[in-house]
Design a protein around this ligand. Structure first.
Ligand code: FMN
Length: 141
């Protein structure tokens, strides 16, 4: 990995019905594999047909991932909300794309999208919490 560490936050509209975390398991699996190969870390949140993803990595690796994402027909209207150099990774521990599903919490998603530019650290913090909550639900907690 070379180049400056960068963090990108985007939102997009799902083009298919993804009613559950299982429905995006394939996306997460391939993304996880690719991201590990590319030195990219991050998290994906889905709520009511809206994706919000945080990606961290060297600028060229983020660029490559973004170019693939922009070609993916499973979502559309991808809007980069924030892209900025950062000092360290927030999803280092995962080393992969974690996914959280909040099917009835559209207001949470609106809040995350609304704050992404003004207060990206807050948004990343919330995403970390959502992913951790999902993980504990998956573990039966
Ligand atoms: C919502 C969403 C999030 C995705 N996140 C990633 C990601 O973090 N990393 C990645 O490599 N691909 C991600 N993908 C998949 C890419 O768009 C693309 O399909 C994949 O990287 C192609 O991999 P392949 O060339 O190995 O088939 C995502 C797709 C969707 C719809």
């Amino acid at each position: 990995m070379s180049g400056e560490l960068e963090r990108l936050i985007y939102a997009s509209q799902a083009t298919r019905d993804y009613p559950s975390l299982e429905a995006i398991a394939g996306i997460v699996e391939v993304s996880d594999r690719n991201n590990r190969q590319n030195g990219v870390t991050g998290a994906l949140v889905l709520a009511d047909g809206v994706f919000l993803q945080v990606l961290e990595g060297a600028a060229p690796d983020i660029e490559l991932t973004l170019s693939r994402l922009l070609r993916d027909p499973r979502h559309t209207d991808l809007q980069v909300l924030q892209r900025h150099p950062v000092g360290f990774r927030q999803f280092e521990g995962w080393g992969l794309v974690g996914a959280a599903l909040e099917p009835t919490r559209q207001s949470v998603m609106d809040e995350l999208i609304g704050f992404a530019q003004a207060d990206p650290d807050y948004v990343v913090d919330r995403v970390r919490t959502l992913v951790a909550d999902q993980a504990s639900r998956d573990a039966g907690g």
